[in-house]
Write a protein that binds this ligand. Structure first.
Ligand code: SF4
Length: 358
């Protein structure tokens, strides 16, 4: 599809930038389109408000039948057993049981067309069999134009072997009807009862606005959740709590208790090389270390200069003994990491040596 991935990456970076430059304005345009098409919209600023908003939407005091396939649904909501009766996705898909509400995570929203995008979710085909479809979308997952969706999907799903472009893309732009089952099978539209499926979109801001205010960190909002930075991160391979993007999004600066996690990075730059929206990981990690080290945690023994040069120093250590000493010094407190780095035989800090040029 795209001959030059680098051009596609630059394009993607630019249109992510355009969205965030005027995010407020674009969100209002999106809201207006949805409301004019009979889709309700509820703004949520933090996770604790979500449960109240969801409860308010329930039609009965007890045992609303709900099917959910959503990471946004919190444990607190799941534990509201008096309010909800959970219908599993398997039961719904096999028509063994029918929920009244279906909760799904949306993947993107398109500002110019007012569409909500769902990708490859098996429950997509059931959306017109419920009374109420509830969708969740983070405010950083909006694209300005539908024409940009192709590029984003291509970049998010491209890997060395092939492009796994989504096969089932659903665009929801207005309310639709549910066909009642009682006349099912009779091929005459007049004999069907139809009823409008209510659609509610929860548009949530869990930390997006905070990140946006930060001139340095706002770049991490460009993320399109492709997961590529994780797959090439040598630290993530042995320490899954260190995901390059999550570290920047949720931990760095905002949760300084995790400052020591920053010290694990090798500043290898692999994540820079693969990120399809060109997030400059290395410089962001460095700026976070600098800020934590210089302004707030002077007492912490993070030696900034050593950390900055870690990447090039590691690459020069071909001697087994010197490498061992180095690894013991920097990763000695984490056995898994120590073993991992110590076991590497050749240069292991530059992904372009291992991954086809993208
Ligand atoms: S930050 Fe990571 S998950 Fe997000 S787009 Fe870049 S490579 Fe993909």
């Amino acid at each position: 599809m795209f001959i030059d991935n680098q051009i596609a990456k630059i394009q993607a970076n630019k249109f992510r930038f355009s969205y965030f430059e005027e995010m407020d304005k674009h969100l209002l345009t999106f809201e207006k389109s949805l409301l004019s098409n009979d889709i309700d919209i509820i703004w949520i600023n933090n996770k604790s408000k979500l449960i109240d908003a969801v409860s308010e939407m329930m039609t009965k005091a007890n045992y609303n039948k709900i099917c959910y396939a959503s990471k946004t649904i919190t444990e607190e909501i799941k534990n509201e057993k008096k309010l909800f009766q959970h219908i599993s996705a398997e039961d719904f898909l096999s028509d063994s049981d029918f929920p009244e509400f279906l909760f799904l995570d949306a993947d993107y929203g398109i500002v110019d067309s007012g569409e909500i995008v769902l990708l490859d979710n098996p429950l997509q085909k059931k959306i017109n069999q419920v009374n109420h479809l509830v969708l969740f979308l983070s405010i950083d997952k909006l694209l300005l134009k539908s024409a940009k969706l192709d590029t984003i999907l291509y970049l998010a799903n491209y890997n060395k072997e092939k492009t796994n472009f989504p096969t089932n893309i659903l665009l929801i732009s207005s309310a639709f009807n549910k066909i009642e089952n009682k006349q099912f099978g009779i091929n005459n539209q007049d004999l069907f009862d139809s009823k409008k499926v209510e659609i509610t979109l929860f548009l949530y801001d869990f930390n997006v606005t905070n990140l946006l205010k930060d001139e340095t960190l706002r770049n991490v909002l460009y993320c399109i959740d492709c997961g590529k930075c994780k797959t090439v991160c040598p630290v993530y391979a042995v320490k899954p709590s260190f995901s390059p993007i999550e570290l920047l999004k949720y931990n760095a600066k905002l949760n300084l208790k995790n400052r020591n996690t920053l010290a694990y990075t090798t500043l290898c730059g692999n994540c820079n090389d693969v990120c399809p929206v060109l997030i400059p990981f290395t410089s962001l990690l460095q700026s976070q270390m600098k800020e934590i080290n210089t302004n707030l945690y002077k007492e912490v023994s993070l030696n900034k200069a050593k950390i900055y040069t870690k990447r090039s120093r590691l690459n020069k250590l071909n001697n087994k003994f010197r490498r061992n000493l180095y690894c013991r010094r920097y990763f000695g407190s984490n056995k898994k990491l120590y073993n991992y780095f110590n076991a590497q035989k050749s240069q292991f800090y530059n992904v372009s040596k291992h991954v086809e040029e993208q």
